[in-house]
Design a protein around this ligand. Structure first.
Ligand SMILES: [Zn+2]
Length: 1034
């Protein structure tokens, strides 16, 4: 999924690392758990066994790297062991193998290879021998009571909750039991776009993995009207379905055991309303060219909303095939993951479309269907039919997306060495859509602003489309073909999609300058990751609440995940990273994975001479939260390095327990610009020393900022770097210069350097011409400006403004207002002018007004360059007539990127009445779509007039807001962050704390709330510490 609020993602807390993960324990087979593998012994329902961790277990040794992994053994029969799914077993102990965590669902995939078969036979022999030995083991080993154990505790009798009818519900965990595995779903859906309801029939064929008396699956907001169940020839037309709403589960209970290996079929008829939110099977509408209202229905299931459209085993590891039929009115079309094979007109006059059965097993969250009146453009590329769908009036805006998708599809086919597995790939622009886009297999859905762009649009507008398309296409492999086993490892989907998004653009579309964006994204992730409320990239699998799952979609999962992959790629010898990934994709295609599966695949292709294994190094990065600060001290030729966690805190907590294996790279004054200058070593301990030539004047660490750490050079080191840049700016690459600026501001926030030292480094900026360093400096200064701006009475805002103009005025005034081809120059120009006009710089205001006048007098035929639209409209929106003209243009324009910029301009008004109007219009929907509310709120919050307004608005309308945007979702993360991140006083801290703690079940527990509180405290702390100095130095 792509987050539409890129720059506003919030981060999370909780350190859920378990030290046990690092223990080197032998892999074990738990026979008590896997009684079905040994027929002839009393079988327990494995879901009911209360496990005694790591005791009374039998070791299966002698399998080398393919030793059995206990958790897999738990859920797979010995038959499946043979030749199927065996490659999974090469995985080392994974975080989820802790007995204290949720049980993973079964992996139901076949990944055979010759080696696997040989090993499989070996295992068969071994298991048969074991079975014989076990025949003579006391029977108590396999009973519920078990044998007496040292430190054993009495098994706890499960307590079952009551279902909605008052009868006991036969399951008491938030996740599903592993005893039943869905194989195929037949879905029949009949949406009615007039009554906004739908009916459905879901036929699930499933296999019993372990003897059990229950079948438990998910269902939410569905009214089940009939249930039939068949096992073998035994058929029951009406069976009772129990429901436990808090966990969105339904269940069937049986008197007799369903036996392992049996196949059975559950048929459920149900009805429901099309949702009014943005998840499940939801309705959406837009006004066509004639102003008539058009209705459509679409789906958004990730992470846990497939259960709102059809009853299902709604966990990513329950992969199955799907055959989908949709009944619709003749004037619409319907789309789903697979191509349509048949259309039948029914006696009622309605039409039934049947889609081909999915050719691959897939997770429920990737299922999708749409009923709408869309039109498309299409082309064939590498045996795949690629189409872009939109509402009819926007068809001409689809060509760029089609061209980009085709190019990227070929790129990924080649680079992953695995072809896109489906026959077709549709990209669909949905008028009402909350995420940026969603990677449903074969049917990717987008916001209109993330997919549609006119041919004459600016390269910057196209860059956005290319980014989102590249991200979603990468998911077709990373996420869809190979899927994380549970949401705790979401980064395996999103970190990869984000990494490939930038990497594919840097390779295939170099003119789009994606490298600068990637750098910015990494800085953004560091900002979140330096708070105590952050979380490891790969968290404990205990995470089960829907809130916690939603909150995984944040910049740690996306951007930090991508940054770690970049760091790894730039550490390994050329080509090795790709080789390892091809291995990973081939090992696990069609399967589910945990983070260690990735590291193991990469370790397998490693050359022996490398000292640190990929696993050893990367586990220190994915299982730990935060990142390190490396302090360098250089005396003579002797360099000492020290690592410690970079933790921003206002309460003097020092944490010395965490250690990373840091791939430290460095360049020095004799060779510092070209990649060949880079030297590297892996720092595994708290300190390290290295020897350099006595003649070395300075060192710059973290070449090109590919490592995820911050460097402190000490007073003298910073001065030397500043002097070197003053003498010749090109001694360092633009990304290295941007990183120095980023690092010194971060160190100032940490309290390690004074604000004077920050300004000292920035003296070089007058010579700077490159986008990345200039944008970084400007955004850091704007952050401080915004803090000062929101603390009236300090009299420092105007001095800060003078400082910014003194340092950036020349480069601001030198920007031109004509069309500009270079994306990098567009990016620089738009951010410079945005700040200049915002601070009221006359040249900027005049330039903007002149363009706006031309635009209005030409009746919008004289186009404003895309990168300048936002600044031009924002200046215009400050006058009464300008605001009304823009509001009118907003309702009329079909041009999505322009529309969004007009909306941002409208929301930038400093007029209190208009601010109040636009906030409530965003919440109401209608003129302004509700999906844009987070954008409206963040824009309003930025302005002086709006920031208190928007906070009050959020407090007053909280319940209505969370009706539209689920608690924990990135929309809510964005709303909390944008309304609170500029507060820096105790009064505001108390108020924000008071409000969120009053929410209880309605959001009080969110990680973004903790982040907000931490941020306010840090702002307060920074101000207290630096105000005297700012007064003195500005
Ligand atoms: Zn994604």
């Amino acid at each position: 999924m792509e987050d539409p609020f890129d720059s506003e993602r919030a981060s999370l807390p909780r350190n859920m690392i378990e030290n046990s993960m690092f223990e080197e324990e032998p892999d074990v087979v738990d026979l008590a758990k896997d009684s079905t593998a040994f027929p002839g012994f009393p079988a327990l329902d494995p879901d009911e066994v209360v496990y005694e961790p790591r005791s009374s277990r039998l070791l299966v040794r002698g399998l080398g790297e393919n030793e059995l992994d206990e958790e897999e053994e738990d859920y797979e029969s010995s038959a499946r062991l043979l030749g199927m799914g065996f490659m999974n077993r090469s995985s080392a102990r994974s975080p989820s193998s802790s007995p204290y965590t949720r049980q993973p669902s079964p992996r139901s995939c076949s990944c055979p290879s010759a080696r696997v078969l040989v090993l499989g036979v070996f295992v068969l022999v071994l298991l048969s021998s074991l079975a014989m030995v076990l025949y003579f083991v006391p029977g108590c080993t396999f009973t519920k009571d078990g044998c007496p154990k040292a430190n054993s505790s009495t098994p706890i009798e499960p307590v079952y909750p009551n279902s909605s009818t008052g009868e006991p519900f036969p399951w008491n965990e938030p996740w599903l039991p592993a005893s039943v595995q869905p194989v195929t779903y037949d879905l029949f859906l009949t949406p009615n776009l007039t009554s906004m309801t739908f009916t459905g029939r879901t036929i699930i064929s499933m296999k019993i993995n372990h003897d059990t008396k229950r079948i438990v699956l998910h269902s939410s907001d569905l009214t089940i009207t009939n249930a039939a169940f068949q096992v073998g020839k035994d058929k029951h037309d009406k069976v009772k379905v129990l429901e436990y709403k808090p966990w969105q589960q339904i269940a069937l209970s049986f008197q007799e055991d369903l036996k392992a290996g049996q196949l059975c079929v559950l048929t459920l008829d149900y009805k429901a309303n099309l949702s009014n939110t943005y998840e499940g099977f939801y309705n959406s509408s837009y006004n066509d060219m004639t102003g008539a209202k058009r209705i459509l229905a679409a789906t958004q299931f990730e992470p846990q909303a497939a259960r709102k459209a059809f009853p299902c085993f709604d966990e990513p590891a329950f992969k199955a095939t799907f055959l989908i039929r949709i009944t619709r009115e003749p004037e619409y079309i319907s789309l789903s993951n697979m191509p349509k094979v048949k259309t039948t007109t029914l006696p009622s006059g309605l039409v039934e479309d049947e889609f081909k059965k999915t050719s691959v097993n897939m997770s429920t969250y990737l299922v999708a269907f749409i009923v709408a009146n869309f039109t498309s453009v299409n082309t064939n590329i590498s045996n795949t039919s690629v189409s872009v769908y939109s509402v009819p009036e926007k068809r001409e805006h689809t060509h760029y997306a089609l061209e980009t998708a085709c190019k990227l599809l070929q790129f990924y086919n080649k680079v992953f060495d695995v072809d896109y597995p489906l026959e077709k790939l549709d990209l669909v622009a949905i008028p009402d859509f909350l995420a940026g886009a969603m990677e449903n297999w074969g049917l990717i859905t987008f916001r209109e602003t993330s997919l549609l762009v006119g041919n004459q649009s600016s390269p910057l507008d196209k860059q956005l489309i290319a980014n989102v398309v590249a991200h979603e296409l990468a998911h077709q492999w990373f996420g869809n073909l190979v899927t994380m086993r549970w949401w705790n490892d979401l980064w395996l989907n999103e970190g990869f999609a984000t990494y490939w998004q930038y990497w594919s653009l840097m390779t295939e579309f170099p003119q789009l300058d994606a490298g600068d964006d990637f750098l910015e994204a990494r800085f953004m992730a560091m900002a979140k990751d330096s708070l105590n409320s952050t979380h490891p990239v790969s968290v404990s699998p205990q995470l089960t609440s829907s809130e916690a799952v939603s909150e995984m979609f944040d910049s740690i999962t996306y951007e930090k995940g991508a940054a770690l992959l970049l760091m790894l790629n730039s550490t390994l010898p050329e080509g090795q990273f790709r080789k390892g990934l091809i291995k990973y994709l081939n090992n696990y295609r069609g399967c589910n994975t945990v983070t260690d599966d990735l590291w193991n695949s990469l370790t397998q292709v490693q050359v022996v001479s490398q000292q640190d294994s990929v696993s050893d190094m990367m586990r220190t990065w994915t299982l730990e939260k935060g990142f390190p600060l490396v302090t360098v001290n250089c005396t003579g030729g002797q360099v000492t390095l020290k690592q410690e966690p970079f933790l921003l805190t206002s309460d003097n907590i020092t944490d010395t327990s965490r250690l990373w294996h840091i791939p430290v790279t460095y360049v020095n004054d004799s060779c510092s610009y070209e990649p060949s200058c880079r030297q590297m070593f892996v720092m595994r301990n708290k300190t390290a020393t290295l020897k350099v030539s006595d003649s070395v004047k300075w060192l710059k660490l973290n070449y090109m900022n590919t490592g995820f750490y911050i460097v402190h050079y000490g007073d003298e080191g910073w001065n030397q770097l500043r002097d070197a840049l003053m003498a010749n700016i090109t001694v360092l690459t633009p990304h290295d210069r941007a990183a120095l600026i980023h690092n010194i501001f971060a160190l100032s926030r940490l309290g390690r350097v004074s604000f004077r030292q920050v300004l000292n480094l920035l003296k070089y900026i007058a010579k700077e011409t490159e986008t990345a360093p200039l944008k970084e400096a400007l955004s850091q200064l704007s952050y401080i400006y915004n803090l000062l701006d929101k603390r009236p009475g300090l009299q420092l805002v105007s001095r800060m403004k003078t400082y910014i103009f003194n340092h950036f005025g020349t480069v601001m005034d030198s920007q031109h207002w004509e069309e500009e081809d270079s994306v990098s120059k567009q990016e620089l120009r738009s951010s410079l002018l945005q700040v200049a006009c915002n601070l009221g710089r006359t040249n900027c205001i005049d330039g903007a007004n002149a363009l706006y006048d031309e635009w209005t007098t030409s009746n919008h035929t004289r186009l404003i360059p895309g990168d300048l639209q936002r600044v031009v409209f924002s200046v215009a929106a400050q006058t009464e007539s300008g605001w009304h003209t823009l509001l009118e243009a907003y309702s009329r324009t079909t041009y999505d990127s322009e529309k969004r910029k007009i909306l941002q301009a409208l929301a930038s008004t400093q007029d209190a009445r208009r601010i109040a109007w636009i906030l409530s219009a965003g919440l109401e929907g209608g003129i302004i779509q509700t999906q844009e509310l987070p954008l409206v709120i963040s824009t309003v919050s930025n302005g002086f007039a709006g920031h208190l307004f928007s906070w009050n608005f959020v407090k007053e309308n909280w319940d209505r807001i969370i009706e539209k945007f689920p608690v924990g979702s990135y929309s809510i993360q964005s709303i909390i962050k944008s309304t609170t991140s500029q507060f820096s006083t105790q009064t505001h801290l108390d108020e924000v704390q008071g409000f969120f703690s009053s929410l209880k079940q309605r959001g009080a527990q969110m990680r973004s709330v903790q982040e907000a509180l931490e941020t306010i405290k840090l702002n307060q702390h920074w101000m207290d510490r630096n105000l005297p100095e700012i007064r003195q130095w500005l």
